[in-house]
Write a protein that binds this ligand. Structure first.
Ligand SMILES: Nc1ncnc2c1ncn2[C@@H]1O[C@H](COP(=O)(O)OP(=O)(O)OP(=O)(O)O)[C@@H](O)[C@H]1O
Ligand SMILES: [Mg+2]
Length: 423
């Protein structure tokens, strides 16, 4: 070892310090000096594009000149050069950094022939801190938003919705309890199996006729439970150009898996991945489907993520996909008591008796249809008020709703103002 080199004990002390700072077991970082060759290796939790880019930036901050040997998805290999770029003296003895996420192995390796210089040790400390530190939660969510997902954070303002008691109870059982208390589930599994395996749900499917509130409920479920919901835009992903769509979907799962808090990945209209008769689409959706199947399987070890799919055509779903869902939550046209809830929400001015009577007339309609009827009644009233008709009330009475309900059932369009407020 040359005199300028850092002693192994100093290296170990620095590594211990970093390990403690990022909260990992220091044993996970192995270092050796064999025949004066320095070797460091540690496993890392996740190899992402951002880690690789950050690693280059960190390297550059400590040592000016580097040569990139390989920079691909999940793989980075760089080597320091001499201060004078053109000098080739001892070139192969410079420090090398390799981050690999290929073949299931995810590791950071640093090697050098000869002793470490002080600036090389501080480079190593910075790299370890970045590679081993937990990604800040906010970063994963920002990245998901950048990838085209809509991220619903619990604190975010979302329009209120009517409370359907039974449905909410079911959502609590299937989604919220396991996401908030994974350790309870795991403890039971440990007590019951000869070999530990998960009993928590990984994926839940929302099914039910159009307009029954699947999309709305998935968006809202996080708000009350304090969970993040990430809406994955399958339609957009599918329409991305060839090859790009599978990469995007896989990337979204990869980033979501770096998030450490409970999270719901919401794949709305998952029937977009159903086998299609259109040949070009068929190929694209088949490839996307196989990525999705693999990624859902990959969530096996992840206690903080549940995938929620929604569809009104479950019969069209690929059977391999269907079988991935641990539970199916059926959404139906609301029962009278739920319609009353909805009406208290969309037509609060009605008396209790009028609400109940109207709810009975509305039985069998979807939530969307009920909302439509209520909005139509309001538009009808607005037109009358504008036209200054005599005896027009301030808010629609029960008769308005009965009339618009009859029109709706007859399939009469409310086309004077168009279908506003639809989503
Ligand atoms: N609990 C609720 N309270 C108030 N309005 C609701 C509620 N649930 C749904 N809605 C309204 O009903 C409409 C339809 O709901 P949503 O889009 O969630 O249905 P969906 O089951 O996803 O339908 P599709 O299968 O067509 O996608 C929405 O515009 C929403 O505003
Ligand atoms: Mg929907």
């Amino acid at each position: 070892m040359s005199n300028a080199g850092v002693q192994l004990s100093e290296i170990r002390a620095e590594l211990d310090r970093v390990a403690q700072e990022v909260g990992v077991d220091t044993q996970k970082i192995t270092v050796s000096f064999e025949r004066s060759d320095f070797n460091l290796r540690t496993e890392v939790a996740e190899v992402s594009d951002s880690l690789l880019v950050d690693a280059i930036a960190i390297a550059k901050r400590h040592i000016e000149n580097w040569r990139i040997h390989t920079f691909e998805k999940s793989f980075l290999s760089i080597q320091a050069l001499n201060e004078n770029l053109f000098s080739t003296e001892a070139l192969l003895d410079k420090i090398k950094v390799r981050i690999s996420g290929l073949y299931g192995e995810k590791a950071l390796e640093i090697t050098k022939k000869g002793a470490l210089l002080p600036q090389e040790l501080s480079l190593i400390a910075a790299l370890l801190k970045r590679a081993l530190g937990r990604p800040r939660a906010a970063d994963a969510l920002a990245e998901l938003a950048e990838m085209g997902c809509h991220v619903y954070r619990p604190g975010e303002k979302l329009a209120d919705i009517a409370a359907f008691k039974r449905l909410r109870e079911k959502l609590r059982e299937t989604l919220i309890l396991p996401l908030k208390n994974p350790e309870v589930y795991d403890k039971i599994a440990r007590g019951t199996r000869s070999e530990f395996s998960l009993n928590r749900p990984r994926a839940v499917l929302f099914t039910g006729p159009p307009g029954t509130g699947k999309t709305t409920m998935a968006r809202h479920v996080g708000k009350e439970a304090g969970l993040v919901v990430v809406h994955v835009p399958l339609e957009n992903i599918l329409s991305a150009y060839y090859g790009e769509s599978t990469k995007r979907l896989a990337g979204i799962f990869d980033v979501a898996m770096t998030y450490r808090e409970p999270l719901i990945l919401f794949l709305d209209e998952i029937d977009a991945l159903a086998p299609s008769r259109n040949e070009k689409l068929f190929e694209a959706s088949r490839r996307l489907l196989s990525v999705l199947l693999r990624k859902i399987d990959g969530l096996e070890t992840q206690s903080n993520i549940i995938t929620v799919g929604a569809t009104n055509r479950p019969q069209d779903l690929d059977s391999a996909l269907l079988s991935r869902f641990d539970s199916i939550l059926e959404f139906n046209e609301p029962a009278v008591e739920d319609i009353c809830e909805l009406l208290r929400f969309y037509a609060k001015q009605l008396t209790a008796e009028a609400t109940l009577a109207l709810a009975r007339q509305m039985e069998g309609l979807s939530v969307r249809a009920i909302r439509d009827v209520c909005l139509r009644a309001e538009r009808q009233l607005a037109r009358e008020q504008i036209e200054n008709k005599a005896g027009v009330p301030e808010t629609p009475g029960a008769d308005y709703y009965s009339r618009t309900l009859a029109d709706y059932r007859l399939g009469r369009p409310d086309d004077r103002l168009g279908r506003q407020g639809e989503n």
